[in-house]
Design a protein around this ligand. Sequence first.
Ligand code: AHR
Length: 503
Amino acid sequence: SQVTLTLNSAFRIAPVRRRTFGAFVEHLGRCVYTGIFEPDHPEADADGFRTDVLALTRELGVSSVRYPGGNFVSGYRWEDGVGPVEERPVRHDLAWHSSDPNTVGLDEFMAWAKKAEVEPMYAVNLGTRGVQEALDVLEYANAPAGTCLSDQRVANTGSEESHDIRMWCLGNEMDGPWQIGHKNAEEYARVATETARAMRMEDPDLELIVCGSSNSQMPTFGAWENTVLTEAYDHVDMVSAHVYYSEKDGDQASFLASADDMDHFIDSVVATADHVRAKLKRDKRIMISFDEWNVWYQHRAESRPPSGKDWPVAPVLLEDIYSAMDAVVFGNLLISLLRHSDRVASASLAQLVNVIAPIMTEPGGRAWKQTTFHPFALTSRYAKGDVLQVNIEVPSFENQRFGTSASADAVATWDEDSGDLTVFVVNRDASGALDLGVDLSSAGFGELVLVEAVTLHHEDPYAANSADAPETVTPQPNSSVALQGGRLSGELPAISWTMVRLA
Ligand code: AHR
């Protein structure tokens, strides 16, 4: 079958936003301890951070990192994680039934973020705590020296420099009954609005993110956003969205079409936010912070927290191993996020290391790349300039969840200054290869040459990488892709992700 893409330099959606390429570090499993931080590791630096993980984080092209949770944050006392390490308390983390020695806290995270060259995004606890504790951590992190809490920061870090965190999440997944301190929409709208209002009294320029829905299947989806935004509209900039996909009960076809749900999710939140905008007669638009997204096999045993009397430190949790097919779906989710750059102002892949992560580590040993590392790193590196709308003509395939879905999905970016045009395209149909055809001759890009075409594909869609075989699934040059007489052509194998770079 044929997939025909139509694109034009005039079909611009929005500039590519660096913040689309955020990630997430939660105190969960081995994300922090033996993930980013392992003082005894041979490659640890003087602060205890694994330099191999730092290098991979930079290679991944991560722009911002959300911290410290996640479900964890809804029971977290930020003060436990600052000050002399030997005086910090060990606490039970109820969300993941683990113990946290609090060796890593806000100051350590900020030191790590600087080395990783990422912008921090900090979540406050609105589960067991409220306005005062949010103001306290804001004062500790951002206030200039001279107040009680900012002076503690100066004493603890040995530097007058403020952490100057700009993006703040007002709690985490407060719509979820699993959340510690879960609230209904009205209750959450009150506390989030008052927290935002008070935080803005300290600093009117903070970028504040109010909790939206934990996924589009939540019974309160849509109504939650409506209630929360109706109250919080004037005090926040973004509403969050979270989603995880996996192949369930062998339904490969629905899983391959997951990005259809992400498109629907974003469009629905945009519609709801704009409905509130009309209702309140406001000019400003609320943007989306898609601050948790990924493939996650939630039903598998690795995702189940310990129970009973066992409260381990840094247990193996949520250590999903990703297949070639997972990476194709994942690459498609990035296509969806990019396509919505007009309204998705920030996004965070959940998570960064070990926990449903593109980077895996062995305690004391190697760090290696999962299949999903590659579409993220390449999209982050080569999506530049403006996002272009791509019209796709392609057959569809049937699946249980969506009925029918287009066999291919694509987005493109065009950097007018450098002349770089990059096309990201997936064949998400298991039934066979697609012949790609793109007429670029009169699309306003001028003379183009093909720079490279790479495809991530494996004849076994369930093939995965491991510490011993980290190169099993990696993008390979796609020699079928050619540009002749202004027409781009090539073959896209079944279940594959492809990037074509032209200049
Ligand atoms: O990323 C794993 C968990 O998924 C987060 O802690 C929570 O916010 C979400 O349900």
